[in-house]
Design a protein around this ligand. Structure first.
Ligand code: PGA
Length: 253
């Protein structure tokens, strides 16, 4: 297996800046094999610059957890645009299920955010997936096809290639119930790559990285990333402990 797995830490609304810096320093001090995995840390907006300074000259990248849908500057109190985070972040998480449900973000808004990220050369990590456990695989497929069709509206082939899709069934997030690794693999192949293949072609669908999120821990990550069509994981809770996160990094291949 020679793919480089992408491991994204989504800290959500956790870790003050000092604690986040300590966690990242612990990872850098103890090490992991950066030839086989790529690590992206997504702290709160408040910690982006400090984490960015901490990872300078290391292979770790920084991502934001959200952006506003207008790309530049302007009178939008409380918002942070892709322009403002450019230079500090390489990635941004878009359409996380917590934002879809708690903040009512819909597919049209998510598409605007994807366009905005691309405008400032930030790689969008677009979250898709079903909400209810026991959803049939054909329903999962039609939901994900629809989410992808909206998210990529107006996005060129060349821009699409440089995106990441995270399969995150919301029933698996923060519950301790991760999805089965073979199901994850099938969803990544048939629903995500299949959806991209309909919108674009096989070149694009093969190059877009597809990762999984939902109760990933150090003890199950290896089984998930060894699946052929899974290119990494998006980790919430288990990325908040220095040793727990290191365990994930060391088991991610
Ligand atoms: P979890 O969160 O690992 O705590 O389930 C994943 C996510 O929400 O991205």
């Amino acid at each position: 297996m020679n793919k480089k797995n992408l491991i994204v830490a989504n800290w959500k609304m956790n870790l003050k800046t000092n604690d986040g810096v300590k966690l990242v320093q612990h990872v850098l001090d103890n090490g992991y094999d950066s030839d086989v995995i790529e690590v992206v840390i997504c702290p709160s907006f408040l910690s982006l610059e400090a984490i960015n300074r901490t990872v300078t000259k290391s292979p770790i990248s920084v991502g934001a957890q959200n952006i506003f849908w207008i790309a530049g500057e302007g009178p939008y109190t409380g918002e942070v645009s892709s322009y403002l985070i450019s230079g500090v972040c390489d990635y941004v998480i878009i359409g996380h299920s917590e934002r879809r449900t708690i903040l009512n973000e819909d597919d049209v808004l998510i598409n605007k955010k994807v366009v905005s990220a691309i405008e400032n050369d930030i790689v969008p990590i677009i979250c898709v997936g079903e909400t209810e456990t026991n959803t049939s695989e054909s329903d999962v497929k039609s939901m994900i096809f629809e989410q992808i069709a909206y998210a990529y509206d107006g996005i060129s082939d060349e821009d699409a290639i440089n995106t990441v899709i995270a399969y995150e069934p919301s029933w698996a997030i923060g519950t301790g119930n991760n999805n089965d690794s073979e199901v994850i693999n099938r969803v990544c192949l048939e629903c995500i790559r299949g959806g991209l293949n309909e919108l674009y072609d096989s070149r694009v669908s093969n190059l877009v990285r597809t990762i999984y999120g939902g109760s990933v821990t150090g003890s199950i990550v290896s089984e998930i990333v060894q699946q052929e069509f899974v290119d990494g994981v998006l980790v919430g809770g288990a990325s908040l402990s220095p040793d727990g996160f290191l365990e994930i990094l060391r088991n991610s291949y």
